[in-house]
Design a protein around this ligand. Structure first.
Ligand code: SF4
Length: 370
């Protein structure tokens, strides 16, 4: 497509997003952090969290040397916690293998934990003017529409086609790579949007690619990218135990893999799948379902516990309803395994808790104790 990059850069001078704290930076640490945070998270949410993270961990050295728990605590609420674990592992690797300096080539960056091909290219383009295109979901959509790619972008063949096209569209002058890369991101996010691209919106100004865009010519804009039918979300229920004395609360440290990996939760039963939301209140839990974590000297204390109404939490592929049972026992009446720990109430605010558990503990005013 003729003048693709030039049109985009010209558009960006006037209409690109301005004032985002990571824009125009050359520091690979800060660019990397913003790229990882922006994966699956809205810009508005990221802005504050990005700045808080940089205050606590201003460079790759401070991040690599911090305990993982501190990193997880700062990440809590952003979701997709593998990103935080990879961030920490990646910082350690940069310190150990690259003496604290980020490598400059996408092929090297792509070898580091949590840095995929598109992120590697974004860091290389922004920080080192490297001529390689990014291909995040926004850019995939833009290129697929302008070039009329109708198949599923998830297939290997279509994906490879997109990479080749994307690299052929680059500006000739490598100095323009940071601006061009930012323009690609901004255009996909603000003009060639998934459901209301500018060309389909009579109230919006028209698009710079109107004359060349194949999807626009063929009137297939909203059919590209091809949508794969979503599998309906499963519904699961569980129960959590709230056990505490004057100073401590019993929490479970989740294994690193799986949901809420590496975070602290209330001890929880395995999840039970149900067919519909009507069944949520029909599932009864027993103390035996906690035997992988704890046992009570007097199991009757469990039965006497007060059960709170279920909380709903929506994951990407599952909806969880968890009820909470308040069980009054002293430490000496509980046996717990290695996954569980008694945590001081005064430390609760500084450890990584999943959002729904954090909200629950806030409701009990347990998070502001010092
Ligand atoms: S004409 Fe429409 S579909 Fe094509 S690039 Fe512009 S906004 Fe996207």
């Amino acid at each position: 497509m003729k003048d693709f990059a030039k049109k985009l850069i010209d558009w960006h001078q006037q209409h690109g997003r301005k004032g985002l704290p990571w824009q125009g930076l050359k520091d690979p640490y800060k660019v990397w952090l913003s790229e990882i945070m922006l994966q699956q998270t809205q810009v508005a949410t990221v802005i504050d969290r990005y700045q808080t993270f940089l205050v606590k961990f201003p460079n790759v050295q401070t991040l690599a040397q911090a305990p993982l728990d501190e990193v997880m605590a700062l990440w809590a609420g952003l979701g997709y916690y593998t990103r935080a674990r990879n961030l920490h592992a990646c910082a350690k690797m940069i310190l150990a293998q690259y003496a604290g300096q980020f490598p400059q080539l996408p092929e090297q960056l792509n070898q580091l934990p949590g840095i995929g091909q598109s992120t590697a290219r974004a860091i290389a383009a922004f920080c080192f003017n490297h001529p390689a295109s990014i291909l995040d979901a926004n850019v995939q959509r833009l290129i697929a529409r302008t070039h009329g790619i109708q198949g599923s972008l998830k297939t290997r063949a279509e994906n490879q086609k997109l990479w080749i096209l994307a690299d052929n569209l680059l500006p000739k002058d490598a100095q323009l790579m940071p601006t061009y890369t930012q323009a690609l991101m901004d255009f996909g996010a603000t003009v060639c949007k998934p459901t209301s691209p500018a060309c389909q919106n009579k109230f919006s100004s028209s698009c710079i690619y109107l004359a060349d865009c194949l999807a626009f010519k063929d009137q297939t804009v909203l059919q590209i990218p091809l949508k794969i039918k979503k599998v309906p979300s499963k519904i699961v229920v569980s129960e959590m135990l709230l056990m505490m004395d004057e100073e401590n609360i019993l929490l479970e440290k989740r294994p690193h893999s799986g949901i809420w990996g590496g975070l602290w939760t209330l001890p929880e039963t395995p999840w039970v799948e149900i067919k519909s939301e009507k069944e949520v209140s029909q599932v009864e839990f027993k103390i035996d379902q906690f035997r992988h974590l704890i046992s009570l000297a007097n199991p009757a204390a469990y039965q006497q516990g007060r059960v709170l109404a279920p909380h709903k939490h929506v994951f990407t592929h599952r909806t969880l309803y968890f009820s909470t049972r308040i069980v009054k026992v002293s430490k000496t009446e509980v046996e717990w395994n290695d996954a569980c720990h008694w945590i001081k109430l005064s430390e609760l605010a500084s450890i990584g808790l999943p959002t729904p558990v954090k909200k629950l503990l806030e409701d009990f005013q347990l998070l502001d104790r010092v």
